[in-house]
Design a protein around this ligand. Structure first.
Ligand code: ADP
Ligand code: MG
Length: 316
């Protein structure tokens, strides 16, 4: 199978909203008046972002999910995406599974594949997503203010626990199959991001670890925060592990794709309504303070001394 047959067979679908999809030199997207185009790119490389053991269908899902998560963090509505794919060979079983996982999530979010590039090379997947957000309404990292409550969506830490299971650092037994779903099939919080427009003061998605990603919000906003480590929501499976493990996985786990966001205390009811409307749990975990830096405490308010390094591709 050649390059063009491959694109035609696995990646060309009719588009409903894009003015022009795959097949020309550019795709054309129409942006409604008063909307801004939100765009973000994530590159996934085998061995760094995913293991060769991942099912192709889940890989297709995850490659798009991590990008939709960035739109979610900005409160943008998905429109479309492009796919840059490097493949070692034409593997039809892989392409079939990968494209099924990719399109299932794309259709669930009304996000159309409108173009891309395909080449031979070590397996790597680059996706650029496009979304729209009313001018001035995007959720930014820079909006947190002293006194705001810090919230997180969903539960944190299962993806890291699964990764440690893959690494052989922990034995997960019968929990392994369900935990690996957290790592391999994250659900981007698009509906929550949309519901938080006009409610949250700042937001980011958790890809490299809660505290590290929250640190980006603090620096961009010129503030600090106090976080209750024991308030961070976690699954019953993770809660059954030793406390030290729970803390590493929830605070510095990575690959969670939940949203961490801030909102003034007066917006608490609005935040809870947004969570309910999106069908996503939202939990307060701390407070923004004027003093720079991150203070992590336990349920009794005692400071935790550990360092919680977040993931850095050039340090690990
Ligand atoms: P060009 O040489 O102009 O970059 P290509 O020959 O690479 O175009 O691609 C032909 C068409 O197929 C273009 O519309 C391009 O966007 C699309 N395309 C290529 N690879 C992919 C892919 N992996 N997924 C979706 N569309 C793709
Ligand atoms: Mg090309």
């Amino acid at each position: 199978m050649g390059e063009f047959e491959l694109i035609e067979r696995y990646f060309t679908r009719p588009t409903a909203r894009a003015v022009l999809g795959i097949g020309d030199d550019c795709a054309l997207l129409a942006i409604a008046p008063g909307q801004q185009l939100a765009t973000s790119t994530d590159l996934l490389v085998e061995g760094r972002h995913f293991l060769s053991t991942v099912a192709p269908e889940r890989l297709g899902h995850k490659a798009l999910a991590v990008n939709l998560s960035d739109l979610a963090a900005c409160g943008a509505r998905p429109l479309g995406f492009t796919l840059a794919l490097a493949l070692p060979a034409v593997d039809e079983a892989f392409l079939d599974g990968f494209s099924r996982g990719l399109f299932a999530l794309a259709e669930a979010h009304g996000c159309e594949l409108v173009g891309g590039d395909t080449t031979r090379g070590p397996l790597a997947i680059g996706i650029t997503v496009y979304g729209e957000v009313p001018a001035g309404a995007a959720l930014l990292r820079s909006g947190a203010r002293p006194g705001d409550t810090v919230w997180v969506s969903g539960r944190l830490g299962d993806a890291r626990l699964a990764l440690e299971g893959f690494r052989g650092h922990v034995s997960l037994g019968e929990d392994f199959e369900s935990l690996r779903v957290a790592m391999e099939e994250p659900q981007p919080r698009v509906a929550l991001g949309l519901a938080l427009r006009g409610v949250a003061s700042a937001a980011i998605d958790v890809s490299d670890g809660l505290l590290g990603d929250l640190g980006h919000v603090l620096r961009r906003s010129g503030v600090g925060a106090r976080i209750d480590a024991d308030a961070v929501p976690r699954s019953a499976r993770l809660a059954a592990r030793p406390l030290a493990w729970q803390r590493v996985c929830t605070l510095a786990g990575g690959d969670d794709y939940e949203l961490v966001f801030t909102a003034p205390p007066a917006a608490e009811d609005a935040v809870r309504r947004a969570g309910a409307a999106a069908g996503t749990a939202v939990t307060p975990i701390g407070r923004i303070e004027a003093e720079a830096g991150l203070r992590v405490v336990d349920a009794r308010g005692e400071p935790l001394a550990e360092d919680w390094p977040s993931f850095d591709h050039f340090k690990s």
